[in-house]
Design a protein around this ligand. Structure first.
Ligand code: CA
Length: 232
């Protein structure tokens, strides 16, 4: 695997040092920024492949910074938040962040998120190459035929379930909020219908997961949303 270049945006020096030491020890390259202004400068001059972003910065609101970065960069953003409130995470995810870590986090947790992100980047690369099928473990989606297969068997999905599955598949590794999913699947005006989303997600999981109680493909983020995991 190539060495990812990571931009570390964090004003708390001990936390920033811990992150950078960890990255260095695991062969990642990195640049550091202690403020939002510095983050924009480093992001534009180095074009990092992944951005680790503390939401509580001295000079700028983290969510505002995500909006600014997203205006020109699609680099995955992993938000680091000391605030445990779901609403902050949701705001950051809806602004275009891909994942989040809640402080205090362990080094293993950070490395696991980076591996998820690296797999997501490889899949995005596949998309750019114009792949017409999606493969994740035993799951295969044939976009042209509008069919999904599990272990080679066609899954009998309703149109909504198929749309839901494709949306999660196309965003593998990224946490999608309830609002984002309901808007994409049902359109505007339905973004608060989380009860319906839960029902469709339950029926999709029954068809997708061999053990729906310990799902392999779709992870639940309670109060936030769902994420498809790259299997194997
Ligand atoms: Ca901070």
């Amino acid at each position: 695997m190539n060495k990812l270049l990571i931009l570390v945006v964090e004003d708390d020096k001990p936390v920033r040092n811990l992150i950078c030491t960890t990255l260095k020890a695991h062969d990642y390259r990195y640049v550091e920024a202690p403020t939002g202004e510095a983050a924009i400068m480093e992001a534009t001059s180095h074009n990092p492949e992944v951005i680790l972003l503390d939401l509580g910065l001295p000079d700028m609101d983290g969510v505002e910074l995500i909006h600014k970065i997203r205006a020109w960069s699609m680099a995955p953003i992993i938000v680091i938040s000391a605030r445990s409130e779901d609403s902050d995470k949701i705001q950051a995810l809806d602004a275009g962040a891909d994942d989040y870590l809640t402080k205090p986090f362990s080094v293993e947790e950070l490395l696991a998120r980076l591996r998820v992100t690296q797999r997501r980047l490889s899949m995005m690369e596949g998309e750019r190459l114009g792949e017409t099928a999606f493969v994740n473990g035993d799951l295969r989606i044939d976009y042209a035929a509008r069919c999904a297969y599990m272990k080679g068997e066609e899954m009998h999905l309703t149109p909504i379930e198929y749309k839901l599955l494709c949306l999660l598949a196309q965003n593998t590794g990224k946490v999608l909020t309830h609002t984002f999913i309901t808007q994409k699947v049902w359109g505007n005006g339905w973004e608060n219908d989380i009860a319906s989303l839960r029902v469709f997600m339950a029926t999709l999981r029954k068809k997708l997961e061999s053990a729906p109680d310990s799902p392999q493909f779709i992870q639940t983020h309670i109060g936030v949303g769902y994420r498809m995991i790259k299997v194997g």
